[in-house]
Design a protein around this ligand. Sequence first.
Ligand SMILES: [Zn+2]
Length: 178
Amino acid sequence: MDKLLETVNFARQIELNRTIEGVYPVSGLTRLKLACLNKGLVSNEGSVTAKLKFGYCVGFACLKGSVSATLVTECQRCLKPMQTEVTGRFKFALVNNEDEFELLPEELEPYLLEGEEQSIIELIEDELLLSLPMVVVHETACSNYMNKQNSKIKIAVMAEKEASHPFAALKNLNKQES
Ligand SMILES: [Zn+2]
């Protein structure tokens, strides 16, 4: 797939009814990289794939699209590298001024056209930032630490259940410890 165009005139793409597709390196997305550093971004490798369709929806100039990226981050539980898939979908009505805002139906989010050309990269970066997970961890218990924590929780629950028979709970605890 070709490298994604960085900027185009969005209004012109509507006239052309154009679909733009491409890939872009994660290393080129500074804000995304910064946000990911907090989540332990392990490598700058990897790329972003995006598709943008310019056209009309319910009579309004519209930009619809999707973006996805595979990031290599550190699992915040076991600290091993893991791949995180981040995807986003978007649909914007392109408007030239605030008056046009008012006319939009509620389901259309406005995108204000400013300047000669607009940045595709900024737009998809925004979408990825919105889609970043709060915490990145393996889906299953992934470390000895975690497994130990789990069995401790089980013991605690058991102890609570047996609270009316304190000696029985103690016996159970001893069993689990050995
Ligand atoms: Zn993990």
